[in-house]
Design a protein around this ligand. Sequence first.
Ligand SMILES: Nc1ncnc2c1ncn2[C@@H]1O[C@H](COP(=O)(O)OP(=O)(O)OP(=O)(O)O)[C@@H](O)[C@H]1O
Ligand SMILES: [Mg+2]
Length: 259
Amino acid sequence: MKEGAENQYARMIKEYISEEKIQKTFNQVFDHETILGLHELAEKGMLEKIEHVISTGKEAQVFRAIDVAGNFRAIKIYKTKTATFRQMEQYIQGDMRFEKIKHDPRSLINAWARKEFKNLELIQAAEVRCPHPLGFQKNILIMEFIGDEKGNPALNLKENPITDLELLYDTVTEYVARMVERANLVHADLSEYNILNLHQEAIIIDCGQGVLKSHPEAKTFYERDVQNLANYFTKMGYPKTQEEMLKKIKEKREKQPKR
Ligand SMILES: Nc1ncnc2c1ncn2[C@@H]1O[C@H](COP(=O)(O)OP(=O)(O)OP(=O)(O)O)[C@@H](O)[C@H]1O
Ligand SMILES: [Mg+2]
């Protein structure tokens, strides 16, 4: 007899998720297409098991996983049942890479995972340290796990500040300049929450809302990013104004290799 669809989904959840707590709540946050997405990643050898939750956000959950070869991976799954699709639209509309997508919630959320993947590719090619993107499937993004050898995830700057603020300032301004000039991209959610500290190295994450420079709101997002960063440095005892920081980034932008 053929296995019923419900049983099949339940079996896959057990197969790809080790923690019982996550198995039980998975269906409350994610739909069946998500389970099929996990299955497809597993078929490709990119996923052996989801182990546990690293973070639960408004729009996504991030898990630690292992692939078939036993490597740690980070898997970010965008919520399909409780997400706020309205906000996402603002960052997709006006992006010429996504002009043709449909605007129903499911298409939007899949486009979002793909967008984060593409943005990470661009950011990495611009020589900005970010998680290496490995793949995407439906609403799922799989990437390099940022953490120590034992599998503890790196904390963000809010939780674990980088101690050399002068060096951090130099790195962050350089990274913003590289993103804008070489990747043509504005991150659009830069702050101490979306920069990880791995053994005192800054790593930029959470790149889904990043927009191309041609996006009508790109300048507003860019200035907001720089304001957030200036606020952070000031709060940490390394006072910087938005103006000062914009000037520094501009100097660095002019030094970027011509494309
Ligand atoms: N590649 C990664 N390796 C290790 N940990 C990660 C990785 N990506 C994300 N994380 C962890 O998950 C947290 C949340 O990730 P991220 O910022 O990308 O999404 P988010 O902020 O939850 O999105 P939302 O806007 O819905 O809150 C990070 O602060 C970090 O602790
Ligand atoms: Mg975040």
